[in-house]
Design a protein around this ligand. Structure first.
Ligand code: HEC
Ligand code: HEC
Ligand code: HEC
Length: 156
């Protein structure tokens, strides 16, 4: 009788410990996601102030909206990673030739401006259309982010 009771307790202890362990993750299966706000800095001394970016305020979007190369099973890397938007300057134009668009977007400033300002501007445009089509209707328009320089490059 006594030994059955000990066995039952032992089984419960094992189940409890196993249940609380969770999945076994290797180090490379984890990533640290910056919450709240952080600053995005140019790779070297910039002309404008660094941009204070409210990361979490954007979490209604899919992560892949911005981290567009992310497959989901490896840690997310920064935008200026080598081979991505890693050019510190727009490459010089060769006489009579246009700059290759693939090089243009490797220039970090173009990449950030296209994505950040591009989305905020699109929402503003959509809001303008909404305003025109629903004259007199109550309700708030979708929130948007800044499109003017000083909205992102806050005065120092
Ligand atoms: C609106 C765009 C946007 C969205 C949406 C977004 N992020 Fe980010 N995230 C960024 C930017 C910009 C950075 C800064 C990258 C840099 O410094 O080069 C960043 C940085 C990160 C980093 C740090 C990368 C590093 O350099 O080590 C992680 C991790 C991350 N994001 C995870 C996520 C996850 C998870 C989600 C979805 C829940 C998400 N992000 C949604 C724009 C976004
Ligand atoms: C896909 C769309 C999208 C992209 C990409 C995006 N934003 Fe936004 N952003 C928004 C929306 C929507 C809001 C309004 C959020 C709110 O107030 O709830 C916002 C708000 C902001 C705000 C103002 C937050 C506040 O407290 O008023 C800043 C600053 C900002 N974004 C910076 C950036 C920067 C910098 C990037 C690029 C790294 C970026 N955003 C990329 C959609 C976007
Ligand atoms: C929606 C946010 C946003 C807006 C609006 C914006 N920028 Fe930026 N800008 C960024 C981000 C993010 C970077 C890359 C990180 C950094 O350099 O701080 C950047 C980088 C830059 C850079 C290259 C780095 C430097 O400081 O020299 C310049 C120059 C610049 N922006 C000028 C401007 C000007 C001029 C305007 C207005 C016409 C403007 N930006 C509007 C987000 C924005």
């Amino acid at each position: 009788m006594k030994s059955t009771r000990v066995w039952i307790v032992a089984v419960f202890v094992v189940l409890f410990v196993a249940g609380s362990m969770g999945p076994v993750l290797a180090q490379e299966d984890r990533m640290i996601v910056p919450l709240g706000s952080f600053s995005i800095n140019p790779p070297s001394e910039g002309q404008r102030s660094a941009v204070q970016f409210p990361h979490s305020a954007h979490f209604d979007y899919s992560c892949k909206q911005c981290h567009h190369k992310w497959k989901g099973d490896e840690p997310i890397v920064g935008c200026m990673t080598q081979g991505c938007h890693d050019l510190e300057q727009l490459p010089k134009k060769e006489a009579g030739k246009k700059i290759d668009p693939a090089l243009r977007i490797r220039y970090f400033k173009n990449a950030f401006h296209k994505q950040c300002i591009g989305c905020h501007r699109q929402i503003k445009l959509n809001n303008k259309k909404l305003e025109m089509t629903r004259a007199g209707i109550e309700g708030r328009l979708p929130a948007t982010g800044p499109t003017g320089c000083k909205g992102c490059h806050l005065p120092e």
